[in-house]
Ligand binder design. Structure first.
Ligand code: SAH
Length: 458
């Protein structure tokens, strides 16, 4: 992989001072995964270009287990050729002083905007050209992207995820280096090393002054920290402290809600928007949603149903049903029953929630379930959530093709879910709105998905 940075600032050879690398020399730097070389293809007063060539030794990678992802068992992978987290590590080591914004010889140049052009070959972008633009254009770059077909011989295979990127802007060199340092692994959506707690500090340090105002800061943080929810939460809270502070208990003030909490809050919002007062929580499990519904005065009558006695016992304990304050007494009831059998107790409600339940049903029983919920119980509003199977590839610990829970009978893609939901809506006289839940990846979407069904006459 090759990064070149060119300036036409006069004298252009000041670039050598800023980078602490002499324009007349070719210098090599050993790295844990290969080698970096710095040289200047051109160095005149008018124009000066520095090149950082990073060579990754694929054999050392596999042997040293530096590359800990699924490709780690293969000598043949794209790592040696692509500008990914390896480029970031090389930048951090070879240009550490410049990245930190120090320059004894030319201190006045450190914060000065210089005309700079960076060319990076080859950039893997999981998210295509549009992601490259979404990341760099808000930072003020003029972006030129050249794609490459997957295989010259077979154009019908389509484009590869590899691009050559040319960035032009007038900005301090240190800024350019920080942008590249943070955004290369974000584009690639992978890191060759373990992401620990110090990555949050690294991200905040290198993102200082631009990340907090970047429109894609959540995506950047999410991908940079390799989707570690704990780290992302911490980083976002430190980045924009006021954002995490407006949630009500029980969600602690200092953290972003978990995916399940976001899901439950979204479901509660939908129910309230539709004026639902008498609500069913079908497949209520241990009563996580019931807890929200119980506390919220918008709901008058709350009934949870589950097929599992054990889950219902846990719900009873979680909700402290035997010790409710008198104003809440009688507000909640728990029913034991199965959603695959018609049940008269489910009639007469304004709304029903089915949170992460349908994927627990045997596919052969789905038709019965549809009738039980949409034909017999037939509440005016049904809110149903289920995982988005496409997102699974982004969970680093999940094997390909695996499901999120051992009890899941299937997991739908966005298309499969939308198709099923639309057919049900059409058959039973509902309007349908499908929506993603959780942080959105430009390629595979959100981790969870929600269908909101409302009676035609509402
Ligand atoms: N809605 C809860 C629980 C989701 S787990 C939450 O969001 O936390 C799925 C639940 O569906 C389990 O509690 C399981 O017992 C229940 N379930 C599975 N098959 C069912 C069926 N046929 N009828 C009713 N509940 C069922």
């Amino acid at each position: 992989m090759l990064l070149t940075i060119t300036t036409t600032h006069r004298p252009a050879t000041d670039l050598g001072y800023l980078l602490h690398k002499h324009p007349d020399k070719v210098q090599g730097f050993p790295l844990s995964f290969g080698e970096a070389t710095v040289f200047y293809p051109e160095a005149t007063q008018e124009r000066c270009t520095v090149a950082l060539l990073v060579e990754v030794d694929p054999v050392a990678l596999v042997r040293g287990k530096t590359w800990r992802d699924s490709v780690s068992d293969h000598y043949v992978n794209d790592r040696p050729y692509t500008a990914s987290s390896f480029l970031s590590v090389a930048l951090g080591q070879v240009f550490s002083t410049a990245l930190a914004g120090h320059c004894k010889a030319r201190p006045e140049l450190v914060d000065q905007a210089l005309p700079l052009e960076a060319v990076i070959a080859v950039v893997p972008s999981r998210g295509g050209e549009s992601l490259i633009r979404r990341l760099f254009e808000p930072l003020g770059y003029d972006v030129v992207v050249a794609g490459a077909p997957l295989d010259d011989q077979f154009p019908e295979w389509g484009d590869s995820p590899y691009y050559t990127v040319r960035l032009n802007a007038a900005l301090p060199l240190q800024r350019l280096l920080s942008h590249l340092y943070v955004l290369m692994p974000v584009l690639d959506n992978d890191k060759h090393y373990y992401v620990g707690a110090d990555e949050v500090s690294k991200l905040l340090r290198h993102g200082e002054g631009w990340l907090e105002v970047h429109p894609e800061r959540e995506l950047i943080t999410w991908r940079y920290l390799r989707r570690s929810r704990r780290l992302v939460t911490e980083a976002l809270a430190r980045l924009v402290p006021e954002e995490a502070a407006d949630d009500e208990p029980p969600i602690a003030q200092d953290r972003v809600p978990s995916l399940h909490e976001q899901r439950l809050m979204a479901v509660v919002e939908v129910l309230k928007t539709h004026g639902v007062r008498r609500v069913l929580d079908l497949g209520c499990g241990e009563g996580r949603l019931l807890r929200y519904l119980l506390r919220d005065p918008a709901f008058a009558d709350v009934v949870g149903m589950d097929v599992s006695h054990v889950a219902l016992e846990h719900a009873r304990e979680r909700l402290k049903l035997d010790h409710l304050p008198s104003r809440l007494e009688g507000k909640v009831a728990l029913l034991h029953g199965s959603l695959t059998y018609r049940d008269r107790r489910l009639a007469g409600f304004d709304g029903a929630a089915l949170v992460e339940v349908i994927e627990h049903l045997d596919p052969a029983r789905i038709a019965a379930f549809e009738r039980v919920v949409f034909e017999f119980a037939h509440p005016p509003v049904v809110v149903l959530t289920t995982p988005n199977a496409e997102y699974n590839q982004l969970f680093p610990a999940m094997a390909a093709g695996a499901m999120r829970h051992s009890d899941h009978r299937f997991e739908w893609t966005r298309h499969e879910f939308a198709e099923w939901a639309q057919a049900v809506a059409d058959r039973y006289g509902y309007n349908l709105l499908v929506q993603g839940l959780g942080p959105e990846d430009p390629v595979v979407g959100t981790p969870s998905q929600m269908g909101v069904f409302t009676h035609h006459d509402r």
